[in-house]
Design a protein around this ligand. Sequence first.
Ligand code: ZN
Length: 245
Amino acid sequence: MKIGILGDVHANIEALDAVLASFVRDGVEKVLSVGDLVGYGADPGPVIARIREAGAVVVLGNHDAAAIETLVDLAYFNVFARSSALWTRKVLQDEERNFLRSLPLVHIDDSFVVVHGSLDRPEEFNYIQTTRDAETTLRNLEKRVCFVGHSHIPVGFLANSEAPDRVEYTFGNSIDLSRFDRALVNVGSVGQPRDEDPRAVAAVYDTATDIVTMKRVAYDVDRAAGKILAAGLPRVLAERLRFGV
Ligand code: ZN
């Protein structure tokens, strides 16, 4: 089965629609989201609607939590994230808020786990940026594979249970999980990529071949950036989309 995994969408409906169309072309049968559906972008409502239409399994991200005033203290957000969180709180409808409130912090499937930040204390939304950070989550992993988001940087951390502290990493676009019995994959960001490539990123996990492929999907960046400016959100949130930073 092919599973499409969406990283941080961040209220970017243009990027989400382009990625969902690519999932259809790839024969994806199931859609997962590692959270942060909202925040930064100008279309939180349409993104939530589209995710629900797609029947995606979704976990709660820190920006989703900020939008429903739980778990996250805005004092720890930078000024741009904070103003977008306050704007998002204003524009969300009750029904959209209720959907975000229904999201779990961790989703455990038959063969994989989904979480926004890390598996140890998921409610703290910690970043996994080094092999040492990855070790803790790999040790807490009940299944073979864990999909995460949060840093917006696509990367795979791989290990075997006989040597759990020997974690390898890869920034490759094709990650072969078959040689490993533990894998942690950050699927990057659909709506606000930060690896200097403005195209949306998303992962497709083919359970038959045990390979995760990182897809780069072009979308109408100008349109998404224009809506951010028109909404009165900080200009930097529009500009960064053009550079993928
Ligand atoms: Zn994010």
